[in-house]
Design a protein around this ligand. Structure first.
Ligand code: F0G
Length: 457
């Protein structure tokens, strides 16, 4: 008999969880204005809000922290980090930042000017925010397949080469760079194939443009290439990463995901001119070049985390847990973005709460219901997060309305996955009784989902 699959690690330290009653949760969510970002973490039983900065570090990472060098300039931990990044990505120039959006801020301050057009595949909300706040435009060129949650295609995160080429043919002079997000978070943690990365490179070369990878989950992307794309089954994760980055000019990184640390980010590039340009913004915004918003000890832990996560055992354990949860949802017939992506389940809320009109935000309503059911905190990746159109100020209802349930790295067991699955099933079973959603009573202009205040209808 074949041995079952199990985690590639064992647990050395635990953190107690607190359960609550439905009555308590009714009160707490009301006090939070029906915005799950406004809940306190001890009001949450299983936290699936994000996989960002919520992972567990290994004993080796904690050991590296003790060796961190806190020198203001020339920290040896910086050089350890830089060498690791160069080894994994091939990029020679590295600027640490305090997190991913800070990397965007620093690099885009150099590259994005008013009126610029930045094509990509479903820019993440902070990426879009850093483009739009500079009076530039993020043009989404994701493949249309990503919009049909029930379609089983292996690389739903891909850039549509025809859409990309059209943007460049019409507006090449306005495009400072192309950005490819690996994996494509907004489309459901969906991977981008190596073939697609090659196509993007070819189009970029044709128009003399450079390519940035928003690389928050690049290791998950490499794992999917290894398991789904022909010719990669025998390659190591590190070999696949190296090839992926060979098609880019630089990267922005949120180390809080595939770096396996709780805080941190960086920019890496092969071009000295980008490095020189970004340097000018790193120093005033983030800090001196050999720490850029990070502690020495955090850079040391990140160096170890990057190495550890680019080993097959670790990344396989991670993806297989997400796939385990997806298989449980299949048993109950719950619709989600298929096939499941790398870091989360994206439940298709429009299909679950099909009686609730878009204007009443189905995915947000489903997030509230799941919290009330079992204290599980998910997050809306849908019409609230999409913000308003910067020109018309209308809500953007064109995309998907999803409830994202993120799985933290190395934190919960498969028993927790079972609780999530059954809680969702219970809500799913009474979906026809849920007929009204929520309305916005207060919001900000950009990235409103963090602070939006809602009322139940
Ligand atoms: N790019 C992608 C694809 C992301 O998913 C994120 C963050 C960022 C950039 C920004 O990085 O948070 O370190 O500043 N995503 C988190 C999430 C917040 O929950 O998906 P950051």
């Amino acid at each position: 008999m074949e041995l079952p699959f199990a985690e590639s690690w064992k647990i050395k330290m635990v953190e107690p969880l607190r359960k609550s009653t439905r009555q308590e949760r009714e009160q707490w969510i009301k006090e939070a204005n029906y915005n799950l970002f406004q809940l306190k973490s001890d009001q949450v039983y299983i936290d699936c809000l994000t996989d960002s900065g919520t992972g567990a570090m290994s004993d080796r990472q904690w050991a590296a922290m003790m060796m961190g060098d806190e020198s203001y300039a020339g920290s040896s931990s910086f050089f350890m980090l830089k060498d690791t990044i160069t080894r994994i990505t091939g990029f020679e120039y590295v600027i640490p930042t305090h997190q991913g959006r800070a990397a965007e801020n620093v690099l885009f301050s150099h590259l994005v000017t008013p009126g610029a057009i930045v094509p990509g595949n479903s820019h993440f909300d902070t990426t879009k925010g850093h483009i739009e706040s500079r009076k530039a435009f993020a043009v989404d060129c994701t493949v249309d397949e990503a919009k049909d949650t029930q379609l089983e295609v292996p690389f739903k995160g891909n850039v549509d080469p025809v859409k990309l080429e059209k943007v460049l043919a019409e507006n090449a002079d306005k495009v400072p760079f192309i950005i490819v997000t690996i994996t494509n978070n907004t489309a459901g943690g969906q991977p981008v194939s190596m073939e697609n990365l090659r196509q993007v490179r070819a189009i970029a070369d044709k128009y003399g443009k450079r390519v940035i990878f928003d690389s928050a989950r690049f290791v998950e992307n490499a794992y999917f290439i290894r398991t789904r794309e022909e010719g990669y089954g025998d390659k190591t994760i590190k070999e696949i990463c190296k090839e992926m980055f060979s098609y880019a000019d630089g990267m922005t990184m949120s180390s809080k995901k595939d770096g396996l640390v709780n805080m941190g980010g960086f920019i890496a590039t092969r071009h000295e001119d980008w490095y020189e340009g970004a340097k000018r913004f790193c120093i005033p915004f983030e800090g001196y070049l050999t720490y850029g918003g990070m502690n020495g000890r955090d850079m040391a832990a990140l160096a170890v985390g990057l190495d550890e996560n680019t080993e097959l055992d670790n990344i396989e354990t991670r993806i297989r847990q997400v796939q385990y949860l997806a298989a449980r949802l299949d048993e109950f017939g719950i619709p989600y973005q298929r096939p499941v992506g790398g870091h989360a389940i994206f439940v298709d809320a429009d299909k679950v709460l099909d009686q609730i009109p878009k204007e009443e935000f189905p995915a947000q309503t489903l997030a509230i219901e799941l919290y009330l059911e079992a204290g599980i905190r998910g997050c809306e990746i849908g019409y609230i997060l999409a913000d308003r159109d910067p020109v018309t100020r209308e809500n953007r209802f064109g995309g998907l309305d999803l409830l994202r349930l993120c799985i933290a790295r190395r934190v919960y067991t498969n028993n927790h996955m079972d609780v999530i699955a059954v809680a969702l099933k219970n809500v799913f079973d009474r979906r026809h009784e849920i007929t009204r959603g929520v309305k916005i009573v207060w919001e900000t202009e950009l990235m409103r989902h963090f602070t939006v205040k809602l009322e139940r209808l």
